[in-house]
Design a protein around this ligand. Structure first.
Ligand SMILES: Cc1cc2nc3c(=O)[nH]c(=O)nc-3n(C[C@H](O)[C@H](O)[C@H](O)COP(=O)(O)OP(=O)(O)OC[C@H]3O[C@@H](n4cnc5c(N)ncnc54)[C@H](O)[C@@H]3O)c2cc1C
Length: 465
């Protein structure tokens, strides 16, 4: 079968290509993973087009890799086994904003920046949870990888904010999930069997999400950043516990970096918000008091004059914490997003430091504290893209950070294929089999982003087959 002609028949000449110049960009991402081959790129505009592309791919057994903004950095949108990249960015309509029931219904290609601008202009009292990722990252891609945004410490992971979905299965079925499967409103995903879980966290291996409803939240008029600092790594668990226990935060970061010198401390950065100045002042004084009295006093210091660079970065929506990183010449950047229990933060800190030193990396830590019981602990590595040795060192450092994450009882977030393998090798065998069974049921020919959540068939390497 001439696949290119069949794809042209579905989406037209302009939105499909197999030319090497255009495929170049789809065969790599901006992280440290090596490039891989893509055979076609297709840009559907309608759900029917997505369906027809999947029916074709399923019949011809051609791999399909769904692409949103492509910013996970861990090459999740770079095909492992060739085939087509399904670039969703032409499906970019904001279909509905329900102010009173507080959700936005969007197509899969709507970017973070587009939704934000639309809300600012048309619904200024509402906001969605913005990740720090580049604004061209998609809302759907982010929710599907269990991402987090600038109000996550207050309201939960961005995937928890999904209130409905439309999904095309590789077999061509178009499914509605949540209240939208029963009536016109997309306001809730339950009480019903929680089917979004069949598509969240699966890295595009179970179906293509074409529409998504995401919850919206009040947008307080006042925000302020305050910071505390200490150099005592062992205090971190308790400091996180107390700060989240007080439960008045909008967002909460811990950052540290070797250079410049003023950043070479452990900074607890608290973003507070309020509908009135009084509310904000109350929250500020509650946190100042908490740290003043923390462990009898004097252990964590209030930062009287926050460096303007730091203040500005954290006041932005989303806060630009990663931009505080002291990037190396050459512009490369990748991180292991380790989701860790807060009790493991000091150990992760120390052992992570050993990895930085071993590979000659610049020490740069940013952690976003999630809902009080976990942190997203970023082992951040910047590298020179033009220097092969530097890239190799980054890959080794990432792999060690991944192993460390699992050893500490954590989970690697949005991990590259190698990190997924480490997880599956450790996983309870029945859980592993359940995952493989669900994948097989939804995608019988294994066309969806193959290589992800997959162990090799080799019995020597497949410990849990
Ligand atoms: C500097 C920087 C800072 C970052 N900060 C944050 C942060 O604060 N919070 C955060 O959560 N992330 C952050 N990230 C990570 C990442 O960029 C974001 O999570 C981003 O939102 C992912 O969305 P995307 O559109 O790029 O997804 P993609 O990379 O395109 O896709 C992610 C996964 O979802 C699948 N997928 C995409 N669309 C679909 C679809 N329609 N149907 C089925 N599967 C699909 C893909 O196959 C892939 O497996 C950051 C990245 C960078 C570079």
């Amino acid at each position: 079968m001439d696949i290119l002609s069949a794809l042209v028949r579905i989406v037209g000449n302009d939105r499909v290509s197999n030319s090497p110049e255009e495929l170049f960009i789809y065969s790599r991402d901006s992280g440290a993973q090596p490039p891989r081959r893509a055979d076609y790129v297709v840009m559907p505009k309608t759900v029917e087009e997505v369906r027809n592309v999947l029916l074709l791919a399923n019949e011809a057994k051609i791999p399909v890799t769904p692409l949103g903004g492509g910013f996970t950095l861990s090459a999740l949108v770079v095909p492992n086994k060739g085939g087509m990249v399904l670039d969703m960015r032409r499906m970019d309509r904001i279909l509905e904003v329900d102010e009173i029931n507080r959700y936005a219904l969007i197509e899969a290609g709507v970017s973070q920046g587009a939704l934000r601008s639309y809300l600012q202009k048309n619904h200024p009292r509402l906001q969605h949870s913005m990740p720090e990722a580049p604004p061209t990252a998609t809302v759907v891609g982010n929710a599907l990888i269990q991402g987090h945004g600038h109000i996550s410490p207050r309201y939960g992971l961005n995937s928890d904010m999904v209130s409905g979905m439309e999904v095309v299965l590789p077999t061509g079925d178009i499914c509605k999930i949540g209240s939208c499967s029963l009536g016109p409103s997309w306001f809730t995903r339950g009480p019903l069997p929680d089917l979004p879980g069949l598509f969240i966290g699966w890295l595009g291996t179970t179906g293509v999400v074409t529409k998504l409803a995401i919850k919206l939240y009040p947008k307080p008029a006042f925000r302020e950043v305050i910071a505390f600092k200490s150099d005592d790594v062992d205090l971190m668990t308790e400091a996180i516990f107390e700060a989240t226990y007080l439960d008045l935060l909008e967002d909460f970061f811990i950052i540290a970096q070797e250079k410049p010198d003023w950043l070479n401390h452990i900074f607890y950065v608290l973003i507070l918000s309020g509908h009135s100045k009084e509310e904000l002042e109350l929250k500020k004084s509650a946190y100042k008091r908490l740290f003043r009295e923390f462990k009898g006093g004097g252990k964590v210091e209030f930062v009287e004059q926050l460096h303007p660079a730091l203040e500005k970065r954290f006041l932005d929506v989303p806060p630009l914490a990663a931009l505080a990183a002291d990037f190396r010449k050459g512009g490369g950047f990748e991180y292991t997003g380790a989701i860790l229990p807060i009790t493991k933060v000091p150990e992760a800190w120390r052992k992570g430091m050993e990895i930085f030193r071993k590979y000659g990396m610049m020490c740069s830590y940013v952690h976003q504290v999630l809902m009080g019981n976990s942190v997203m602990f970023g082992f951040n590595y910047s590298f020179n893209r033009a220097d092969e040795v530097d890239i190799q060192n980054t890959r080794r450092a990432l792999e060690e950070s991944n192993r460390l994450t699992y050893e500490l009882g954590g989970i690697v977030w949005k991990g590259e294929v190698g990190a997924q393998k480490l997880a599956m090798e450790r996983m309870d065998p029945n859980t592993f089999r359940l995952i493989q069974g669900i994948k097989k049921f939804l995608d019988p020919n294994g066309i969806m982003n193959p290589g992800n959540w997959e162990l090799s068939e080799d019995p020597k390497t497949n410990k849990v087959s």
